[in-house]
Design a protein around this ligand. Structure first.
Ligand code: NMX
Ligand code: MLT
Length: 437
């Protein structure tokens, strides 16, 4: 039995009475009312999801298990010779709420290594897809293909479902997925863009290091991978990928079905695909200018042209945040402290967009949040390190997002969260409620 699983078991047993008490004794306490604009407008602000993995304050941004991004990076055990922590230690923290020791972290590192081999049939599935399929479609197909190996689904089919212990099967599936997603992403990348040449895993490396190695990108891309996966892991529960994963899991679908569904949501341009869109936008713009960094006037005009043609400025705005996304800031700080990247023309352009776009969006007067989100800054770092195939960027987001989604659905099972089934109403009912004759 792994130390992580035992620690998690203890945490779950301690937590369960809190949830039971809230439902039994305080189930009728109101958290808010629902307005017509919320019902029509994407359920914005309705408090009807519960998670302890992360919390998003509109002004402060994300906290993972109560920790800000800088606190998270500072607290976790670091990979020797690296500025960034082990992704495996972060997984421990998301699941248990505790900062692991180095020894505990290394236990997860070893566990994931044992689970990291991509099944041969997944390679077959990937190779059978048209090579011009979007990498997110490939990633999703690979995940759902592995459903055949779900421990949860097998035990359920064998009549071994037990509400109190079924989180353990979810935990097994979640760890299998976490161990394999990096190698699968790297396989897709090299199959699609690097002449179908592949690099075997290096058993000496941690998850982030191995991902960089299998992608074929030199240091410090290992640190970029660790930073990127941790930053993209979770953004409380209402975002499309986390909410979809949770919703699908609530039907007792296993982790593979659930996370493939989450990945399909992440592939939308208003959600995770925005990181690809940002790069497409900036590259097109620079190409039009013959590769030179534009003046602020040229940039302002291009932003207005985008808005006037009815498109959104990708990487700007947010459904919950009302200030610059601290994930943007964290990546910007990485750029500023990295010699070469700081002076890189694409980074200069991204920085200039940061100076110009918020005012343009404010004048435009629609977006509730004119500030940049995580996607406005992530692509430039990838581009700088040679990962220029920007339709791959959302797969990177998807490897990271698995940490949050899978930790969440493990806890969903542990706390016995119900099948999700909100109520719908008709337009006529809304008109009645509004007193419209
Ligand atoms: N550019 C232009 N218009 C915008 C933008 C933007 N960046 N952001 C919001 N708006 C518009 C929005 O389309 C809506 O217009 P309309 O009334 O005509 O429908 C209006 O402003 C009000 O929208 P908000 O309430 O501010 O934003 P909402 O919560 O509906 O949507 C996003 C949030 C993130 C979908 C939206 O800001 C957006 O489309 N941003 C650009 C895409 C993007 O960066 N997505 C990535 C989000 C982060 N992630 O990784 O998932
Ligand atoms: C996310 O990371 O999921 C995005 O910022 C979108 C969101 O939180 O709604």
């Amino acid at each position: 039995m792994s130390t992580l699983k035992e620690t998690l078991r203890k945490k779950i047993e301690e937590h369960r009475p809190r949830t039971t008490r809230l439902v039994k004794e305080f189930g009728d306490v109101k958290l808010g009312d629902v307005t017509i604009s919320q019902a029509i407008g994407g359920a914005r602000g309705i408090k009807c999801l519960v998670t302890d993995i992360s919390y998003l304050d509109p002004m402060e941004g994300i906290r993972f298990r109560g920790k800000t991004i800088p606190e998270t990076f500072a607290a976790l055990p670091k990979v020797p010779g690296s500025d960034y922590p082990y992704v495996e230690g972060f997984w421990w923290m998301l699941l248990t709420g505790d900062v692991p020791t180095m020894e505990q972290t290394l236990e997860v590192v070893e566990d994931w290594k044992k689970r990291s081999q991509i099944p041969a049939y997944v390679i077959d599935v990937l190779r059978a897809l048209p090579r011009d399929s979007h990498p997110m479609a490939m990633f999703s197909a690979a995940i759902v293909a592995m459903q055949r190996d779900s421990v949860f689904a097998k035990n359920y089919a064998a009549g071994k479902f037990n509400k109190m212990t079924c989180w353990e099967d979810m935990y097994e599936d979640a760890n299998e997925l976490m161990a394999k997603l990096g190698p699968i992403a790297a396989y897709i990348y090299r199959m699609k863009y690097k002449g179908d040449t592949h690099i075997p895993a290096d058993p000496k490396l941690d998850m982030g290091g191995n991902f960089a190695h299998m992608m074929g990108v030199d240091k410090p891309y290992d640190d970029v991978a660790r930073m990127y996966f941790i930053l993209h892991s979770d953004h409380e529960s209402g975002n499309v990928s986390a909410h979809t994963t949770h919703l699908v899991a609530s039907a007792l679908s296993d982790a593979y079905y659930s996370y493939a569904a989450g990945i399909n949501g992440l592939a939308g341009p208003l959600h995770g695909l925005a990181n690809q869109e940002v790069l497409a936008w900036t590259q097109n713009f620079m190409d039009k200018l013959g590769g030179k960094v534009p003046t602020k006037e040229e940039l302002e005009k291009a932003l207005w042209d985008t808005l006037n043609s009815g498109q959104v400025i990708p990487g700007y705005g947010h459904a919950v945040l009302r200030k610059t996304d601290p994930r943007y800031t964290s990546q910007r700080e990485f750029c500023l402290k990295t010699p070469g990247l700081k002076e890189y023309p694409l980074f200069q352009l991204v920085s200039m967009i940061f100076e110009v776009a918020p005012d343009v969006l404010l004048k435009h007067g629609k977006a509730k949040n004119p500030w940049p989100n995580v996607d406005a800054q992530s692509g430039v770092i990838q581009w700088y390190y040679g990962v220029t195939e920007y339709d791959f960027y959302t797969v990177l987001f998807g490897v990271g997002r698995a940490l949050g989604c899978l930790a969440n659905i493990t806890w969903d099972r542990a706390l016995g969260y119900a099948i999700e089934r909100p109520k719908s109403v008709t337009t006529a009912m809304l008109e009645d409620a509004a007193g419209i004759k």
